[in-house]
Design a protein around this ligand. Sequence first.
Ligand SMILES: [Zn+2]
Length: 221
Amino acid sequence: MAPGLLDKVLSLVFENSCLICSESSQNNLVCTNCKDELSKQSTSYVRNLKHITVYSYGFYGGKLRQSILNFKNNDKNLSVFFSGLLTQHWLKLNNHLPINNIMVIPVPSHLKRIKERGYCHTTLIAKGFAQNLSYNFSNSLIKRKRHTKHMNKLKNKLERYKNVEEAFDIIGNIHTNTNLVVIDDILTSGATMQEIAKTLLKHNPHIKITGLTIACGDKFT
Ligand SMILES: [Zn+2]
């Protein structure tokens, strides 16, 4: 085999493989079967928390769960697909949601996890979402100020709320009348979204905050 040919063949195989199931995808990131299955999971969940309403694309299970795990564990290219999914979902919800002065922010990931992965998955989808809709984007507005445990290691709602209590800091100013859209991959107990919204409102009570996630899981009630 000529030098470099193997790389070319491998890159062709990779480019033609679905990032979720690895079957042929005809140069798309995700194959038609996976897209169909995911669109069947689009059930449009809405969760009203104390300080924030969170909209989710679908329930955390089946293909949606598998694709999020692929994205978080090894395939950063799926961010393009997920930001597209959230963009479509947001446009469908258009009547209920703000359209002006929007600033998109990701839920900050653990630094340790970012180092392990090599990328911050929530930043990638939030940035793609903001670019798709020409919204402002910031990944430095909110920071984790202390280490928190993995939420999936905590077995009940109370532990999860305590784990993130006072865990975030706002850096810089947020203009009054800003509509913040906070993006995360999965909403479970809602503790993180709730704490972020509480911290933002303490900083400026005149802003509006909406949550948007790919999936919504068990809420531990
Ligand atoms: Zn597929």
